[in-house]
Ligand binder design. Sequence first.
Ligand SMILES: [Zn+2]
Length: 287
Amino acid sequence: MQKLSLLKRLTNRRQLLLSGLALAILSPRAIQAKEEDAALTMRSRHAKPAPQNNGKRIVMIDPGHGGIDSGAVGSEGSEEKHVVLEIAGHVRQLLQDHPRIDVRLTRDSDHFIPLYQRVEIAHQHGASLFMSIHADGFTSPDASGASVFALSNRGASSAMARYLSDKENAADKVGGAKVEQQDHYLNQILFDLVQTDTIRNSLTLGKHVLDQIRPVHHLHSEHTEQAAFAVLKSPSIPSVLVETSFITNPREEKLLGTTAFRRTIATAIAGGITRYFDEYDRRNGQV
Ligand SMILES: [Zn+2]
C-alpha cells in the first residue's frame, strides 16, 4: 500500500530513473538493509537536502586517501592523508554545536577506503552533502592555491582538473580495490545526471566554499572546476572535492603543516557549508 502510493508520486520517467539509480550505487546487501531509508528518499525530491537526525542535516566530510594510500607527498615528507584528516577534524569541531548540521567523517583514523565506498558511506548515513578534502601535488612545485571541483560527465574543465581527477581516481589501484564494474555502472547513471539538480547544487556549494577561501588563501582557480572524479559520483547528494593547497609547493607544504592554516581552511569550508544550506533554504522558502 505504501509502495503503491509511492509509485503514484513518481510522476515522470526522470524521477523514476533517478530513484532507481540512486539505489543502484549501493551494494545489494546495503540495498536490502536500507530499503526503508530508500523509500523515504524516493518520497522526497532526489536532490533535496532533507532534514535528518532530529532535524539536523548530515554533512559527510571525506578526508582523502588513508592507510596504504598516502596521497601526495611534499618535498619535506608531509603526507596528504594526515594533513587532510586534521583539516576534516577541524571542520567537524567547528560545526559540532551547530543547531542544524551534524558532521560525520568517512574516516577518522589512518585507513584505506575505496572511492566507491566513500560514496556509499554518505548514502548509508543519509547525507545531505558530501565533501572530499585533499591537498594534492603537481609535477611542478610552482603550482599553488586552493580549488574546488564538482562532477562533470562532459570531460574536464581544465588540464589541471583532468590531471587531478586522473590521479585521484587511481587511488583505488593503490589499495587494490576492484572498482571497474562499479564504475561502469556509474557511467550509465551519469548519462542522466546532467538533467538533475545534483550537479547544479554541487556548483552552488563550490561557489560558497570558494567565496570563503578567497579572503584567506590564494585560489588556484576562481570558479568551481569540473571533472569526472569517482568520489563525486553520487547521483543524489551534492558533492564537491576541495583541494586546499598543493603539498608539492614548498611554501604551501609549510603552511599545511601548521595548525593555524589548517584551522583557517577548515573555517572557510565550514562557512561555505552553512552558507550553502542558507541559500538552499532561501530558494525553497524554508526560511
Ligand atoms: Zn588527494
